[in-house]
Design a protein around this ligand. Structure first.
Ligand SMILES: [Zn+2]
Length: 254
């Protein structure tokens, strides 16, 4: 059978805790004493097996980013931010290089429109037994209007978003520059949550392509019907204006 879809365990999924919409629910990631299957840790950062393997033929893991339930990536101190990105990227690459998986996903959900279910800040690394995510990725997914660039790393706003409307990209060509990549991602997440159309949700997606590490920062709203029904992505006609706004708020002052 050709692997076009990942199979989702619907019944198991219903038993998963939910603390994004239900903020009264007990937080499983604050209950550190009862967390099991720990794979690694560094200070308050904890990497463990996901208790709810909702996708068949995968090895799902979670990075709990902090021991503070209400902390969020855009507010992290630089030192913590850099440790988190170094830790996460290295664990992801380790899993890729283990040869046990056809490919390995690394991503983050935040907020009610992100597809996430736990409020406490976390990322996910998921090994896929029979699926290569790169088959759906193209170079032009990361082409865009330049926001800023430093040695070995740049960020832009997509000219050919995969779905639409706004998709920010951070492109790393030199693995030594992970802290700069983290700073750009933090800037774009801060912009998304604090200065962008009342947005409360975003995803981060990490990709490895041609020796580069690429990250998409995607503000999330309800998905466009033209995409759901027809697969037509849309691109806004004011990309330059958004880029200027970010440059004015962040880049020109730094
Ligand atoms: Zn918590």
């Amino acid at each position: 059978m050709e692997h076009t879809h990942l199979r989702f365990r619907s019944t198991l999924s219903r038993t998963k805790p939910e603390s994004i919409r239900n903020r009264e629910a007990a937080c499983p990631f604050c209950d550190r004493e009862n967390l099991t299957d720990i794979l690694g840790e560094e200070g308050p950062i904890l990497w463990l097996k996901n208790k709810y393997p909702v996708l068949e033929n995968t090895y799902p893991t979670v990075i709990i980013e902090t021991d503070q339930c209400d902390e969020e990536l855009s507010g992290y101190a630089k030192e913590h931010l850099h440790s988190l990105f170094r830790f996460g990227i290295h664990k992801w690459l380790e899993m890729e290089e283990s040869g046990e998986f056809q490919s390995v996903l690394f991503f983050k959900n935040h907020g009610p429109y992100s597809g996430g279910s736990i409020h406490h800040a976390h990322m996910q690394i998921i090994g896929l037994d029979h699926y290569d995510y790169v088959q759906h990725i193209q170079d032009r997914d990361f082409v865009g209007v330049l926001i800023d660039r430093k040695q070995g790393v740049e960020c832009n706003l997509s000219t050919y978003p995969r779905i639409g409307f706004y998709e920010f990209n951070v492109i790393l060509t030199d693995l030594q520059q992970i802290p700069d990549l983290a700073d750009y991602v933090q800037m774009l997440v801060h912009y998304t949550l604090h200065h962008f159309r009342g947005c409360s949700s975003y995803n981060l997606f990490f990709y490895r392509l041609d020796g580069r590490i690429l990250v998409k920062v995607v503000p999330r709203y309800v998905t466009s019907p033209l995409y759901v029904g027809y697969g037509i992505p849309q691109v806004p006609n004011n990309l330059e204006e958004v880029v200027k706004d970010i440059q004015t708020r962040y880049v020109l002052h730094s």
